[in-house]
Design a protein around this ligand. Structure first.
Ligand code: ADP
Ligand code: MG
Length: 374
């Protein structure tokens, strides 16, 4: 049994902002890959078209991201490090119409609190870039430098100030794998953005601007996958599911080929993998998993993204409809020659709402007892 702390330690005291930021940092950033995700999402929110990511030592020594987005106003540079300081929402109602990745104003404060951070940014209206360096959340220098329009952020010695967290980071190799995995998801969600990744001073990935998701999938994965992709596009009850799935001849022994996005955000949707697998039914042997790149679009008002600080999970108000949406989207594509020949072809996509409704009514007649179809 531990002895009770001395009397003076049992008195209540408010924690300092810097300490609060350090504690909160663990919720927002788990490891180098989550820092990259937050920084890249900021660049995307700033309209970047070209993204360069560099890491050293699995991201623990250094992470740097350079974008050609609209930059940060020099007067706002200091505010970046302040918790709950954001340019993306002004009031609670803005959450209902949110289309940006960020809104909590927490990432840079959290990253800054546990690293040595340098932010350099230039807006098009300014002839020069402004630069700020901080350590453990305290600004140490600011200066003016020559640089192109856009923002460059370097995170050095992540978690140097929080050794406990450092212990939970995996090996350099695993961190590198998690970083590549994160970059894949981000690049799939943004085919029109060009991506470069440099690891330990060696160029690792270069995905040039693609004109379609299919082209991006071909850049990232094996080219044979393209021959096995089936296009999906289906609307149901105000939700739209689109993207690609693999045919029954192309599968994996694990779920690592499954990517899901909600309103452009790579997130886990509860039961989604199971629903996708279920749509294949007897087409896939047990233990085989399809490839899928599926994008769900829903009205932001029907979606709660504010469930988790890292926004890894979203809650759908219409979750019970998801079963019908996934079945309705995948079934006609996977089984184009079902009994009662289908009035559409395998390669056709359903962008038109009426077509989608035709598919749905046909589907209903085939599956009269499916929940959510009443
Ligand atoms: P959030 O993204 O939730 O607003 P962050 O802490 O990630 O919070 O970023 C704080 C603010 O810094 C953003 O609202 C944005 O105005 C600015 N910012 C961060 N990164 C960039 C960037 N790469 N380009 C332009 N502005 C940026
Ligand atoms: Mg952000």
């Amino acid at each position: 049994m531990s002895s009770s702390p001395p009397q003076e330690l049992r008195r209540i005291q408010a924690l300092s902002t810097l300490l609060i930021d350090k504690i909160a940092a663990g919720e927002v950033i788990e490891a180098p890959f989550s820092v990259i995700k937050e920084l890249v999402e900021n660049s995307l929110d700033a309209g970047a078209q070209n993204m360069q990511v560099e890491t050293e030592g699995g991201g623990m020594e250094r992470i740097s991201i350079e974008d050609d987005g609209h930059g940060i106003h020099p007067d706002d540079l200091r505010l970046c490090l302040q918790r709950h300081a954001t340019s993306k929402i002004r009031e609670l109602d803005d959450l209902e119409k949110l289309y940006s990745f960020g809104f909590r104003g927490e990432a840079l404060a959290a990253i800054g609190a546990v690293s040595r951070l340098t932010i350099r940014s230039r807006q098009a209206s300014s002839p020069v870039a402004h630069c700020m360096e901080s350590r453990g959340g305290r600004i140490v220098t600011t200066n003016v430098v020559a640089a192109p329009v856009g923002t460059a952020i370097a995170v050095n010695e992540l978690f140097y100030a929080t050794p406990a967290r450092r212990k939970f980071v995996k090996s350099e190799r695993s961190e590198n794998m998690r970083i590549t995995g994160e970059l894949r998801k981000l690049a799939l969600a943004h085919p029109s953005v060009s991506w470069r990744y440099i690891r330990d001073a060696k160029p690792r990935l270069h995905w040039t601007r693609a004109t379609s998701l299919q082209e991006r999938i071909g850049q990232i994965f094996q080219p044979q996958l393209l021959d096995h992709l089936l296009a999906v596009d289906f609307e149901y009850q105000g939700m739209r599911l689109h993207g690609f799935i693999s045919d029954e001849d192309y599968y994996r022994a694990n779920r690592e080929g499954q990517y899901s996005f909600v309103n452009g955000r790579s997130v886990e949707i509860q039961n989604f993998g199971w629903l996708v697998k279920k749509a294949y039914g007897e087409l896939l042997a047990p233990g085989s998993h399809p490839w899928s790149f599926l994008f769900l679009e829903v009205d932001p008002a029907r979606l709660d993204v504010n469930v988790h600080p890292r926004k890894l999970e979203v809650r759908l108000l219409d979750h019970s409809q998801l079963y019908s949406l996934v079945q309705g989207a995948l079934d006609p594509v996977l089984r184009p020659r079902m009994p009662l020949s289908m009035p559409w072809s395998r390669s056709r996509t359903f962008t038109d709402r009426q077509q989608s409704m035709d598919v749905l009514s046909h589907f209903k007649s085939q599956h009269p007892r499916m929940p959510g179809l009443e």
